[in-house]
Write a protein of this length. Structure first.
Length: 212
């Protein structure tokens, strides 16, 4: 567990603070995910309709996450036994097994450290925060959705794929990018390059084939 002095919530580009927590798959330490990509997400509460659809959607796309060598880690304030009972109910109703760990966070210690609690929250529930953490433990993407709107699982997968492709630097992923589509070269910062382009817009807009 973390210090009593919880730091400011993590932001894009920060090192994700380490923690250990009890989960549906035993104790988990965040730093054990080093070397892999990780989608770490919170949901407001167990046994709720929108959260159920998100979990079913994630479980059905488990192979896509495995193909990206990307682990999944969920969190809510509910207890481990509540998580387990909900997983059983999902299994029975939808015939899907939730294999990834779900953290119990009754004290909100982890959720607060990661900014997963709304600033105007009047109860102990978390919002729908999604963080993509790179193999070095750095937060590379975050989104926050309200309780009333479920996340797009294909968009989470697309974001991880795009982050993986741009990770080495030099290229950028354009809007709606999918693997195989052109990427964009990082704009040049030298006057020589800027005047050398055939088209006046070449220096800031130059598609490059996806080499992967
Ligand atoms: C839901 O997942 O359906 C939900 C969660 C919290 C509040 C309202 C809806």
């Amino acid at each position: 567990m973390m210090d009593a002095h919880t730091p400011a919530p993590v932001r894009l580009g920060d090192a994700a603070p380490d923690f250990t927590a009890r989960t549906t798959r035993g104790a988990v330490r965040l730093s054990d995910y080093r070397g892999r990509w990780l989608v770490f997400f919170s949901h407001p509460a167990d046994f709720t309709p929108v959260c159920t659809t998100e979990f079913v959607g994630l479980a059905r796309m488990a192979q896509a996450f495995a193909d990206m060598d990307c682990a999944l880690l969920g969190l809510s304030v509910d207890s481990l036994f509540s998580h387990l009972a909900w997983m059983r109910a999902i299994h029975d109703r939808f015939e899907v097994k939730i294999d990834f760990p779900i953290i119990e966070d009754p004290t909100l210690e982890v959720a607060k450290a990661f900014g997963m609690v709304a600033h105007d929250a009047t109860d102990a529930s978390t919002v729908r925060t999604t963080m993509v953490i790179d193999p070095d433990g750095v937060v590379r993407a975050t989104t926050t959705y309200p309780a009333e709107v479920g996340r797009s699982i294909p968009e989470i997968i697309r974001t991880v794929r795009a982050l993986q492709r741009v990770h080495g630097g030099g290229v950028l992923a354009p809007a709606d990018w999918e693997p195989g589509a052109d990427l964009l070269r990082e704009p040049s910062q030298t006057l020589e390059d800027i005047v050398a382009g055939e088209d006046p817009s070449d220096w800031f807009y130059q598609p490059v084939p996806d080499a992967a």
